[in-house]
Design a protein around this ligand. Sequence first.
Ligand SMILES: *Cc1c(COP(=O)(O)O)cnc(C)c1O
Length: 351
Amino acid sequence: MKLFFTPGPSQLYKTVPAHIQTSLRENLLSISHRSAEFRNIFKSATQGLRQLLNIPESHEIILTSSATQAMEIIIRNCVNRYSTHFVGGAFANRFFEIATKLGKNSEKIRFENEQIFDPETNLSPESELICFTQNETSTGVSLNPQSIAQFRKKYPQKLVAVDIVSSCPQVELDWNATDISFFSVQKGFGLPAGLGVIILSPQAFEKSQDATSTGFQNFPDLVKAAHLYQTIETPNILAIFLLDQLIKDFAKIGIAKIRAQGEAKAKLIYTFFDNHPKFTPAIKNPDFRSITTIAIETGSSSEDLIKRLAKKGFILGAGYGEKRNTQLRIANFPAHSIEDVKGLLQAFEKI
Ligand SMILES: *Cc1c(COP(=O)(O)O)cnc(C)c1O
């Protein structure tokens, strides 16, 4: 048996195999995406998500195929000329690059791991959208949603977009301070990849009405389809069905309990590595330590460690990019039980 602690795709949530079987047994993968049966699944998934994450009725929920696609849709719909990107790692940089490739005149505000992310930073007056990667999967740095919310207060005329791809559903966002947020399901939801979700405030929706280069996937059409519990294109019906089932499973446990378990497991992991003779958490400042994607400094032995842990059945993520061999990344998602985490840490003790 293998346990995947990789930061995404990651360990499937334990109920997923049974839900896939149900989808086959009930022939859901052959139904029309315009049928009442599909629309019920769409409705249940989006309403369930609204309840689980406490998303206000005023906000729209749109389904896409990935978080990267969500980034492009967001830029096209909410930026006519200028966006601002807080960049502390590769995923925030991807969001920035998508904006520049779409011809936007975007500013990049860099911050390094241990440098305090400054909520007082002054932004260009021209900027229409401020983009944050709340949990930077490549570095293991997480931004406090409250510091993100300060920007919404300081710049009420600008929109705020928050990437919560690898922190949803662990993170609790202030929906009044978030115009656009998005995630894909292969991280915290423990599902196969191939589905993204965008959550949109009335202000963001309004802004998209006069966007100049939205193309096919424009918010007005996407929202119109979503109100009919449909998508514009033929969607990944299996993924939407599985998301619906997973949300029901999470709701039975309760989101507060899931989040408390996430914090407790993160504490075990950080305490273990804070006291480890050789390996240390890459992020020293506890205020910036991610709960869900934890980066560990190994020196120069990641490749070898990953091989040895794999022999014991634990699949870990390498460091990202140039940190490939000097760091490890450990995912801590709802699919990872406290026993799984204890097993992993025991394996580290014997290595
Ligand atoms: C994985 C990830 C993405 C990209 O998600 P896709 O579903 O692969 O497009 C974007 N942002 C963050 C923070 C991620 O971890």
